[in-house]
Design a protein around this ligand. Structure first.
Ligand code: C2E
Ligand code: CA
Ligand code: CA
Length: 744
């Protein structure tokens, strides 16, 4: 506490005069079975006062009676105790009871014995914390008083120590409680309660803030009541000089000007310094007299609370940060959750809607045109959203390029969201068309937590994003079920993988000119416990999304290459193994090195491995991937472009992709023999592929006629049910061994 926050103790001048000698008396218990001793003591102490307080005598005639009195009045300061009463040791038994009772630990004991023979042992005296003992004859009036005064002093000190300890405990708990209060108002209101508890009177008071340096004139103009409770509650937000009660007004003004606390008989006014210039004062009035309280305790209390007040300011600042996105000056995700929860309280089954909106291809814009430009895009997008969805609609920024809008069903539909971005933005002189995708959820499911609605909206957004640009998807129970069943499927897949329930099937690839088997394509098979097969088209996408495909792919590669060894051991001539590699696997930085290590580990020539990739890969603009592929090719591994002709039309990318083979998708292949079905596209593809020096493979050949046509049109190889279905390894070996010899 700084020098100018001195603490002073004053009497309230305005207080009505109290009856004289109001201070509570010291209670002295006389326990003796000799009535004469009671009389003598009463007489001797009749007019005595100790430390400014009178004495009040209580009389007991047995140990048992004394104990009852002590229990009823625990504030007895001293007990003048006869050793021999109803029994020889009644006095000592009472001593034992007093000291084993925690609430009586401070009561002082003066033993009086009839004869010297009954004096207690020194050991007893120290064990029971007995202050003094005298034979009754020894206790003259003067000596009794001296003994008693000492005992009362020591009782008083013990009591103060206790109060101090309790006070400190209270201050710690007050600080803890006040630190948890959000905002200045709540803090001030909590403070009144804490002060009242500290000074030991019922809470009833007000708090006054002082924002500016108080003027020496003390007009108090700039002082405002920031919180009030009890009978003073209506004073909130009034000026200090508008307080009618001059006693309160003066006490607060005094405290603020002097930067000091004042404890009166019926009021406590405490000053809390925030900085060298600012601070606030709190007044607590009390109808009951305020018990004496340690000055140091008040001091500790005030400086602790002032610290708490600083924390409150800090917390308010942090809260502002916690709810606002500084970059775009929009409410953030936390604020959105609060808003959703609020709306759920107000109208749990209303027609509110939450839309999570995401700028399409923002990352690309950011990459190509730079981050500064990207920031500009976000600012303009935010402005548009705010303008289009003005309050009572609510716009927040969730993260990056994702925004949330809360509004009514009729104003926040797919059309209005798309409209909002229909006209292009003009940024730094560039016309920038932007579109958004959105996930929408209706806020009518009752008291759901805001976070749950948000999760649903995100789910719908994810679906929207997956289906292209400028899509708006509304969350439905079906969507949730689908997501849930996908999650279950992933879980099952993981188990199946760990439990070795995944196997490979091999489908032969035939050279059309020689009719020889030149290779096999490894295809994943998942046979569930009950014998049902899960088609790869169902589980591969899930494995890709979850990243499980990385481990799966590594296992599959090793498994397939080991299979080649077993085929050779079975006497099958060397075959090429083709494995499907998804984009996720290819983008993995260790993909190429893993392939090479596996080949080396198993001592298999690189030329025996072919990687089947899909052409969409080339579109991702991933130079690193293309480089990794080129490196693998340089080492001898061959690359086939799978499903060619589907997906993105990409003839233009073809010469960028390092490839050896082109697999024409079976949807085209089926049309090859049929002039009426316009097989111009596959024919062009075959011609172009050949032009680029690629080997052409026809996929999904189901009839001899297709095989013949494919061969005639320039396909080198073919694969399909016409030749063989994908088979387990053992079946493949059989099939290969029994197949009529090549060159037929
Ligand atoms: P894909 O790579 O195009 O594989 C060829 C698919 O066509 C296989 O289906 C095969 O069983 C089927 N097929 C072969 N010949 C014929 C035919 O004559 N007629 C018809 N109608 N279908 C034929 P499958 O095994 O269901 O695989 C589906 C897709 O799953 C594969 O298409 C591939 O994209 C993916 N896949 C399968 N295994 C793996 C794998 O180990 N890794 C990765 N990344 N993807 C895999
Ligand atoms: Ca394939
Ligand atoms: Ca294919």
């Amino acid at each position: 506490m700084s020098d100018n926050d001195d603490l002073v103790f004053i009497d309230d001048e305005q207080q009505p005069a109290e009856e004289p000698n109001e201070a509570p008396p010291w209670r002295i218990l006389v326990a003796d079975d000799d009535e004469g001793v009671h009389d003598v003591t009463r007489f001797a102490l009749a007019t005595v006062s100790v430390l400014g307080r009178p004495l009040a005598l209580l009389h007991a005639h047995s140990g048992a009676e004394a104990l009852v009195m002590l229990r009823q009045q625990p504030d007895i300061a001293v007990i003048l105790l006869d050793v021999v009463m109803e029994s020889d040791d009644a006095g000592l038994r009472l001593v034992e009871a007093i000291r084993s009772d925690q609430s009586l630990a401070n009561t002082r004991i003066i033993l009086r014995t009839g004869q010297p023979g009954h004096a207690p042992e020194a050991e007893t005296i120290s064990r029971y914390d007995i202050n003094d003992y005298r034979t009754k004859a020894e206790l003259s009036e003067r000596r009794l008083l001296a003994s008693l005064t000492m005992a009362i002093r020591s009782f008083d000190q013990l009591q103060r120590l206790d109060a101090h300890r309790r006070g400190l405990e209270m201050i710690v708990s007050a600080s803890n409680q006040l630190n948890a209060k959000p905002g200045v108002r709540a803090f001030a209101e909590g403070l009144i309660t804490q002060i009242a508890a500290l000074v030991g009177v019922p809470a009833d008071g007000l708090v006054c803030a002082c924002a500016e340096k108080p003027t020496q004139a003390g007009d108090g103009i700039q002082h405002q009541v920031i919180a009030a409770a009890g009978q003073f509650a209506p004073l909130i937000h009034h000026r200090l000089n508008e307080i009618d009660d001059p006693r309160i007004r003066r006490a607060l003004q005094g405290a603020l000007q002097e930067r000091a606390s004042h404890i009166g008989r019926h009021s406590a006014t405490l000053f809390f310094a925030k900085t060298a210039d600012t601070g606030f004062a709190a007044f607590v009035g009390s109808a009951q007299p305020i018990p004496p309280i340690d000055l140091e305790l008040i001091e500790v209390f005030c400086s602790n609370i002032a610290l708490c007040a600083k924390n409150v300011d800090l917390v308010a600042e942090l809260r502002r940060d916690a709810f606002v996105d500084r970059q775009l000056a929009l409410p953030n995700r936390n604020a959105l959750i609060v808003e959703l929860n609020r709306r759920a309280q107000v109208a749990p089954h209303g027609d509110g809607v939450l839309a999570v909106v995401d700028v399409d291809q923002f990352a690309t814009v950011n990459d190509i045109l730079g981050q500064h430009y990207g920031d500009l895009v976000l600012q303009r997008a935010a402005a548009r959203l705010r303008e289009r969805f003005a309050p009572p609609a609510f716009v927040a920024r969730l993260a990056g390029d994702a925004f949330a809008i809360v509004g009514q069903h009729d104003e926040l539909g797919p059309a209005s969201i798309r409209d909002c971005f229909a006209s292009p933005f003009v940024l730094m002189g560039i016309q920038q068309p932007l579109s958004v995708s959105a996930g929408v959820v209706h806020l009518n499911a009752g008291f759901r937590a805001g976070g749950e609605y948000l999760a649903d909206a995100y789910l719908a957004l994810k679906r929207a994003k997956a289906s292209g640009l400028a899509q708006v998807v509304t969350f439905t129970a079906d969507l949730a079920n689908e997501v849930r069943s996908r999650a279950r499927l992933l879980d099952d897949l993981r188990r199946a993988f760990q439990g070795r329930q995944l196997h490979l099937a091999y489908q032969p690839q035939i050279d059309l000119a020689s009719n020889r088997v030149v290779g096999v394509e490894a295809l994943l098979r998942w046979c569930q416990g009950d014998g049902t097969m899960v088609p790869p088209a169902d589980f591969i996408p899930i494995a890709e999304q979850s990243g499980l495909i990385i481990d799966l792919g590594r296992w599959l590669l090793r498994e397939g290459l080991q299979g080649l060894h077993r085929l050779r051991a079975a006497g099958v001539p060397d075959l090429r193994l083709a494995v499907n590699v998804s984009a996720i696997e290819l983008r993995h930085p260790e993909f190429a090195s893993n392939v090479q290590t596996t080949l080396r580990d198993l001592a298999i020539p690189a030329a025996a491995l072919e990687l089947e990739i899909t052409e969409s890969l080339a579109i991702g603009n991933c130079e690193a991937t293309i480089e990794a592929l080129a490196a693998l090719r340089a080492s001898g591994v061959t690359v086939a472009i799978d499903d060619f002709g589907t997906g993105y039309s990409s003839l233009a990318y073809l010469d960028r992709l390092p490839a050896d083979r082109l697999k024409i998708d079976r949807s085209f292949v089926a049309t090859l023999p049929d002039e009426d079905r316009n097989p111009r596209i596959p024919r062009t593809i075959i011609a172009l592929g050949r032009e680029l020096g690629l080997r052409i493979v026809a996929e999904g050949v189901e009839q001899q006629s297709v095989a013949t046509a494919a061969h005639a049109l320039g396909c080198h190889e073919a694969q399909g049910y016409h030749f063989a279905r994908p088979m387990p390894e053992a079946e493949l070996i059989d099939w290969l061994q029994t197949r009529p010899s090549a060159d037929a």
